[in-house]
Design a protein around this ligand. Structure first.
Ligand SMILES: NC(=O)c1ccc[n+]([C@@H]2O[C@H](COP(=O)([O-])OP(=O)(O)OC[C@H]3O[C@@H](n4cnc5c(N)ncnc54)[C@H](O)[C@@H]3O)[C@@H](O)[C@H]2O)c1
Length: 430
């Protein structure tokens, strides 16, 4: 099966201008293609190409030096036709309006793929949390909630952790929201500590979901997981839990990496040892001399390759040299559209990001359900429910790829956008 002609056209259009499409533009283009395949008019694309709401806020925080600093934050609500919007809040110096919008659209797709009763949302604050004290971070988190409190809530828009935000920050945000509303509101936010209504299995949910996708893709390719050679780029939250789960499943982890370099051993790495040595930022290769580069790692021999670090890693430059039979995108946007076509034409099975990393938002949904009903599930319950949803999502997308004769990425977008478009139509918006 080959990638659609339309995707080729879109990509070559961008190349004629000598520009590479931004992640947001290429996401919008694939959404457009997906809506075309489903027979929707351009009006539907006009509705879904941008968030319905985008709030910009200014947050004053008194810093430890006594001065007040004003931070800029955003909250995007992509589409609430299906239900409340849902998505993380990131604290990072590179946060910007376009990125927040793009990520809210991705969240809509992920929720659509997992068939959750949500639309996508996303938030961010421009800041450098690594240089801020605990007290300053608390002030910023509470200030953000005060600034967005009118547009969020357990049945409106439900935030969660993302880059450089964690369960402590979720706890402060939940506390601030509960004070404003004057009742305890655990369902306002997910990714909370267990003591405050967090869910079992939330921390490892993304990696669990990626593992299930790897199992399903291996079945399609007739590959046994036991003894399969796996390379994982990135050894952070997603990559490290995944390395453990793959190791437990009997796979041989032949390569891992972090921002500083990569380790490769065709006989298999000692994953238990590496996991015990990694720091909280997902760094471990600094401890070794015989490292290779991340570029070399991606082209190394393996059966399964999992980019679990940053975007734009498999491109026109290296897609011809990828040796894996299966590529599973744990990271957001690690493969360009051009590279997607090359991998698909080379019969490499690609599991796209919007499917592979949807385990996180799925367990966030379970946390919200548990908060709303006040009854809490065991880790085993969570794992079983997650497995059912991930397997169904995978099968729906595989089926769409066969039905429409398109690659797995476009099939995922078709599956992800369908319910949102239908709900918008039934509401009479289009
Ligand atoms: N953690 C989740 O729940 C989750 C959910 C959905 C998507 N994702 C995506 O998965 C990816 C990883 O997320 P995470 O939570 O594990 O992040 P993390 O910050 O915990 O870890 C990132 C890892 O990537 C490495 N890295 C950073 N820059 C690199 C570079 N230039 N080359 C190679 N490695 C580099 C870091 O050293 C670290 O090992 C991101 O794209 C994220 O958006 C994560």
């Amino acid at each position: 099966m080959s990638t659609t002609k339309e995707l080729n056209r879109l990509q070559s259009q961008s190349n004629e201008d000598g520009k590479t499409l931004s992640l947001f533009k290429s996401t919008q283009n694939v959404v457009h293609e997906a809506l075309d395949k489903l027979g929707y008019s351009d009006e539907m694309f006009e509705l879904l190409k941008e968030p319905l709401r985008m709030l910009t806020v200014r947050i004053p925080v008194r810093m430890d030096n006594g001065k007040v600093e004003i931070f800029t934050g955003y909250r995007a609500q992509h589409n609430d036709a299906v239900g409340p919007t849902k998505g993380g809040v990131r604290f990072h110096p590179d946060v910007n309006e376009e990125e927040v919008k793009a990520l809210s659209l991705w969240m809509s797709l992920k929720c659509g793929i997992a068939n959750l009763p949500y639309g996508g949302g996303k938030g961010g604050i421009i800041c450098e949390p690594r240089n801020m004290s605990f007290r300053e971070l608390e002030g910023l988190s509470r200030g953000y909630v005060r600034a967005i409190s009118q547009v969020v809530g357990p049945t409106k828009d439900i935030p969660a952790p993302d880059v450089f935000t964690n369960s402590q920050i979720m706890a402060w945000m939940m506390d601030e929201y509960s004070r404003i509303r004057e009742f305890d509101s655990p369902g306002f936010i997910t990714g909370k500590p267990l003591a405050l209504g967090g869910s079992q299995g939330r921390e490892s949910a993304t990696a669990r979901g990626v593992t299930i996708c790897i199992e399903e893709a291996a079945k399609k390719k007739g590959l046994k997981l036991k003894g399969a050679r796996v390379i994982i780029q990135g050894f952070g939250n997603a990559g490290s839990f995944l390395a453990k789960f793959m190791h437990d499943a009997g796979a041989k982890i032949v390569g891992i990496s972090d921002a500083y370099g990569a380790l490769y051993d065709k006989e298999g790495l000692d994953i238990t040892h590496l996991l015990s040595k990694r720091d909280s930022y997902g760094t471990v290769t600094k401890l070794y001399k015989n490292t290779i580069t991340n570029e070399a790692l991606l082209k190394s021999d393996c059966d399964i390759l999992v980019p679990a670090a940053i975007s734009n890693q498999i491109t026109l430059e290296n897609a011809h040299e990828i040796k894996a039979k299966i590529v599973v995108e744990a990271a957001n946007g690690p493969t360009t559209l051009e590279a997607t076509k090359i991998l698909t034409d080379r019969d490499i099975f690609l599991v796209p990001d919007v499917l592979a990393s949807s385990g996180g938002v799925t367990v966030s949904y379970f946390e919200w359900v548990q908060n709303n009903q006040g009854y809490y599930w065991t880790e085993e319950d969570i794992d079983n429910k997650l497995r059912t949803i991930m397997e169904n999502s995978f099968e729906n997308i595989y089926h769409a790829s066969q039905l429409y004769q398109v690659d797995m990425r476009l099939a995922a977008y078709i599956t992800g956008v369908r319910r949102m478009a239908e709900a918008s139509r039934f509401r009479g918006w289009i």
